[in-house]
Design a protein. Structure first.
Length: 76
């Protein structure tokens, strides 16, 4: 059972793939690890080839960051 409405919304959103064709990855990490993960993501999937980017992010208690990275599945 969901603790909050947001938890239920998150679970339902994960069930249905987005219709725009982007691959998304949501991470929740301490601030420094989040920065390192984002740098690694952009090194692996350059914006010019994959239209990669940070779709959304938010600060959580305990200096943690939740963020969603998106990219196209393959380069043209």
């Amino acid at each position: 059972m969901a603790d909050r409405p947001r938890d239920l919304a998150d679970r339902m959103a994960r069930r249905r793939p987005p219709a725009d064709g982007f691959v998304r990855q949501t991470l929740t990490l301490p601030r420094q690890e989040a920065r390192a993960a984002a740098r690694e993501f952009f090194a692996s999937f350059p914006k010019a080839a994959y239209m990669s980017g940070v779709e959304s992010w938010r600060e959580l208690p305990g200096d943690r960051i939740e963020f969603t990275l998106k990219r196209l599945p393959s380069a043209d």
